[in-house]
Design a protein around this ligand. Structure first.
Ligand code: MN
Length: 199
């Protein structure tokens, strides 16, 4: 992925690189949700699985309301280095537009602890992922269910009923900015235009 080479990764954000290899049960791994103002605004949910960021574009972002079923379109895996990327992707490149880190943290695979003991790549193949997010904005269980296969499989992302569920919260609109830098999309874009940014 050539365009990544252009981006200097900033800071020492979560240096948790562990020895690679088969994912152990219940191992903590990282996730990110990047807010991406491209052709249309959407949120890219990325889960670290077996050394890559498995990715979904979620047009409306993730909800804290258990009654919401949000569409999530699976997209290309990204390299793990992309997990803390904020900046501007040039308009003539794939995904051109402004990106900020809307939420990030670690997650646990809830299916690993159940009877069927599924690891994340098995869950992905199976079309049902259940994860516990430890983000700054989002916490608790989320289920991803594949509803359609093909080139860009469609999934639904649903908040599970736990202490992180709250039908009155709407973090997508009330907490719009980056958890890494505190910046808005406009501020990220302006910094890039001014050349204040490494991107
Ligand atoms: Mn995107």
């Amino acid at each position: 992925m050539g365009r990544l080479d252009k981006y200097k990764q900033s800071g020492d954000f979560r240096k948790t690189s562990e020895p690679s290899g088969k994912v152990a049960k219940s191992r903590r791994q990282r996730f990110v949700i990047q807010k991406h103002d491209a052709t249309s605004l959407h949120y890219d949910l990325r889960l670290e699985i077996d050394g890559v960021l498995v990715s979904w574009a979620v047009p409306k972002g993730l909800s804290t309301d258990t009654r919401e079923r949000r569409l999530a379109i699976q997209t290309e895996d990204h390299p793990v280095d992309y997990i803390d990327f904020e900046g501007v992707i040039p308009e003539d490149e794939y995904g051109g537009g402004t990106v900020l880190v809307w939420d990030t943290g670690e997650y646990r695979n809830l299916r690993a602890d159940k009877d069927d003991g599924m690891d994340m790549s098995d869950s992905l193949d199976d079309g049902l992922i259940e994860v516990w997010l430890e983000g700054e904005k989002l916490t608790g269980g989320y289920a991803l269910k594949r509803t359609e296969g093909g080139d860009k499989p469609k999934w639904l992302v649903i908040k599970m009923d736990d202490e992180g569920a709250d039908a009155r919260r709407n973090p997508v609109s009330t907490q719009p900015d980056s958890v890494l830098s505190g910046r808005s999309l406009d501020e990220v874009r302006e910094a890039a235009e001014a050349g204040d940014d490494d991107s």
